[in-house]
Write a protein that binds this ligand. Structure first.
Ligand SMILES: [Zn+2]
Length: 441
């Protein structure tokens, strides 16, 4: 086995000669955003790049996902390095698709770049011959939990079961023999830093339909049942619950109305809402979810409307492995200095990396390389060297630590990690969240 410092320096040099290409790919994805389970062009870029780099490639995994396999040919730990293919939909964003409104307002284009940077360094021959085990580069679809109607149609057609891409990867068995997973998300903390640790809320998603009765809105509203008024009262009733949520549970409920009626001179008879119910732990999600259902039913009851509440499994809370974080932190510090590594706190946002973190040792560091508000019109990656190159190097150097010296560190991390649940328990848990109930008036 070669000297570890030499291995790491060969890895860094191999990435250095491809920095322009890696940044260019990220910017190209930025300019061609595609939302979840629609990432056709983005997936092709990744698949072509994997092929050209000599990885074995699987495409159309969970509809649009791609896996590139890096196999040393020697048995050992199996690591997943992930990047998310999908964009959000933010039509006013500077890099939005003018037709679909899709936009990378969450920086996922840079994640793909950082994932490819890891591969660019590891494929270097002098690195590969000194490692054991396998790395699966997973370009996962649909991390943003959006477009419920579209995903419900995919569900009805049997194309997917879960709204999140990594969840589908888990269901399809692609995590069955994976020991360790990592992904770097962009972030907006102190510029120039890499963030480690932290945790994320989990959530469930709801699609809600209030069904009233149409009538002439001016001439005979007394003959109608106003579904918009039912929704209005339900929103007020949800707000009335807020001080009953415990601070420690970090509950977030934020409904939107996706259809407010049909025409202005007819009493609204079909009003639709979507909401998340988020919290730091599953019991709190379920408790808040039942309060939201009560509020929705109250709005319907008060107006004489019916309400259909469809609840879909969302994402589980994320908890990152401290032992793995320690190894990553050391490598990140070797690139940007220990003073530029920051400890993350709990985030009330959610991710399907949370689901992965419930079954295997996982980290999701952040590359603080952005300006503007996450998910807003002004969110931009403005430090590609950090978000793509250094973020990729920090993960790649961590992979080297895990897979060199006969994989001693990788085996240790995987061996001592206590997964909160096994994969079949995870799938049962997720399926238990699903319900579809109509409360008739
Ligand atoms: Zn994101």
């Amino acid at each position: 086995m070669g000297d570890r410092a030499k291995l790491k320096s060969s890895f860094n040099s191999a990435v250095n000669v491809r920095t322009d290409e890696l940044e260019r790919i990220s910017r190209d994805i930025l300019d061609h955003p595609e939302s979840g389970y629609r990432e056709i062009r983005t997936a092709k870029i990744v698949a072509d790049w994997f092929r050209a780099s000599g990885l074995e490639v699987q495409t159309a995994v969970a509809k649009t996902g791609v896996i590139g396999t890096y196999d040393t040919g020697r048995p050992g730990p199996h690591i997943a390095v992930m990047g998310e293919l999908d964009s959000l939909i933010v039509p006013e964003h500077a890099h939005a698709d003018s037709y679909t409104g899709a936009a990378h307002a969450c920086g996922h284009h840079a994640q793909i770049g950082s994932m490819l940077s890891v591969a660019a360094g590891l494929v270097e021959k002098s690195v590969k011959i000194n490692l054991i085990g396998k790395v699966s580069f997973m370009a996962t679809p649909a991390e943003e939990y959006i477009e419920f109607e579209y995903r419900e149609s995919l569900l009805a057609d049997g194309e997917i079961e879960f709204f999140g891409g990594k969840q589908e990867f888990i269901k399809l068995g692609f995590f069955d023999d994976v020991d360790i997973a990592m992904l770097t998300h962009t972030g907006g903390e102190t510029a120039g830093t890499l963030g480690v640790g932290g945790s994320n809320n989990g959530m469930i998603g709801k699609t809600v339909q209030f069904i009233g009765k149409a009538a002439h809105a001016g001439g005979s509203p007394h003959l109608g049942v106003n579904a918009l008024n039912a929704a209005h009262l339900a929103l007020a009733a949800i707000h009335a619950q807020r001080d009953t949520f415990r601070d420690a549970d970090t509950v977030r409920v934020h409904p939107i109305i996706t259809k407010g009626g049909s025409v202005v001179n007819s009493v609204p008879a079909d009003v639709r809402m979507e909401t998340y119910v988020r919290a730091s732990n599953v019991p709190a999600i379920l408790k808040a979810s039942s309060k939201v259902d009560q509020a929705l039913r109250a709005g319907a009851l008060a107006t004489g409307a019916s309400v259909r509440i469809s609840t879909n499994p969302g994402y589980l809370p994320a908890q990152y492995d401290e032992r793995l974080t320690k190894i990553y932190r050391h490598n990140a510090a070797s690139l940007i200095g220990d003073d530029n590594i920051i400890e993350l706190t709990h985030s009330t946002g959610c991710t399907d990396v949370g689901d992965v973190s419930q079954i295997i040792s996982t980290i999701q560091p952040t590359a603080n390389a952005t300006s503007g508000n996450g998910h807003g019109i002004d969110y931009l990656v403005d430090n590609y060297d950090l978000a793509v190159i250094k973020a990729g190097k920090a993960m790649g150097l961590t992979v080297i630590d895990l897979l060199c010296d006969d994989g001693a560190k990788g085996k240790h991390i995987a061996g001592v990690f206590k997964a909160p649940m096994k994969i079949d328990e995870y799938l049962d848990r997720m399926r238990s969240f699903r319900s579809d109930v109509t409360y008739e008036e």
